[in-house]
Design a protein around this ligand. Structure first.
Ligand SMILES: NC(=O)c1ccc[n+]([C@@H]2O[C@H](COP(=O)([O-])OP(=O)(O)OC[C@H]3O[C@@H](n4cnc5c(N)ncnc54)[C@H](O)[C@@H]3O)[C@@H](O)[C@H]2O)c1
Length: 216
């Protein structure tokens, strides 16, 4: 696909998957709107891209939920209005406390069945939860049927943010170059010789999106 001539090519690889997925889930699939509330369960590349997109969309309550303090700090830097460490606080209780009735939209990007349940429980009546996290084949999750039925909740799966890449990636590049989608804050560059360090940093959750430079 083509991007504008001044696009920073060395940063565009992650747009092909995680960034497009999180941002597209918010902007294309869930269609988070101005003034709405949004919670990202999982603050990796996908969840944090969802946070940045929720800012672009004008959401006024943006909650990031993770278990790694550094990722939550970054979420605040990217525009989250609240953060919840699920090792310290029960996220559904905390979200009810923050919003009063639950969030309009939630995005599950951990691939964990218990987190799917929490992301649905944290919705307000008629709210929508998007599942993007990948899990082991055959993984199942449990929901409270009456909660889903009586509160008219919607749950949907989303692949690659429902994006048409030829259209959506140039839009994300425009937003980045306008300073409205600071995806560079997720990225860290490593020379090829440090590929093992990049893998370690990624596994430990220290680096959100490592990019290997070959020949630099
Ligand atoms: N649906 C798609 O099209 C699509 C596209 C890209 C990625 N994915 C999937 O999305 C998921 C997220 O990708 P990523 O790159 O952001 O991964 P990641 O591993 O960087 O992010 C997952 C985050 O979840 C957090 N987490 C773990 N347990 C948690 C818990 N109990 N509560 C809250 N947070 C918790 C982790 O600390 C981490 O920050 C992966 O499963 C990936 O395979 C799906």
């Amino acid at each position: 696909m083509k991007v504008r001539a001044d696009a920073p090519l060395e940063m565009l690889g992650p747009l092909g998957c995680g960034i497009q997925t999180g941002a597209g889930a918010v902007l294309n699939a869930l269609k988070v709107g101005a003034g709405s509330s949004f919670a990202a369960f999982g603050g990796g590349t996908v969840g944090l891209s969802g946070v940045m997109a929720a800012v672009v969309a004008g959401a006024t309550t943006i909650i990031a939920v993770d278990v790694v303090a550094e990722r939550l700090e970054l979420a605040m830097e990217l525009g989250a209005t609240h953060i919840i460490n699920s090792h310290e606080e029960e996220p559904v209780v905390a979200i009810q406390r923050i919003t009063g009735k639950g969030v309009d939209f939630s995005l599950e990007s951990t691939g964990r069945a218990d987190v799917v349940r929490a992301a649905v429980e944290a919705l307000r009546p008629r709210g929508t939860c998007g599942i993007v996290g990948a899990s082991k084949p055959g993984t199942t999750f449990e929901l409270d049927m009456n909660d889903v039925m009586q509160n008219c909740k919607v749950l949907r799966g989303i692949v690659e943010g429902d994006s048409i890449p030829d259209i959506f990636i140039p839009q994300l590049v425009d937003l980045y170059l306008q300073g409205r989608f600071p995806m560079d804050k997720l990225m860290r560059f490593y020379p090829f010789e440090e590929i093992n360090q990049a893998a370690k940093d990624s596994e430990r959750g220290k680096t959100i999106k490592p990019i290997i430079r070959i020949g630099h």
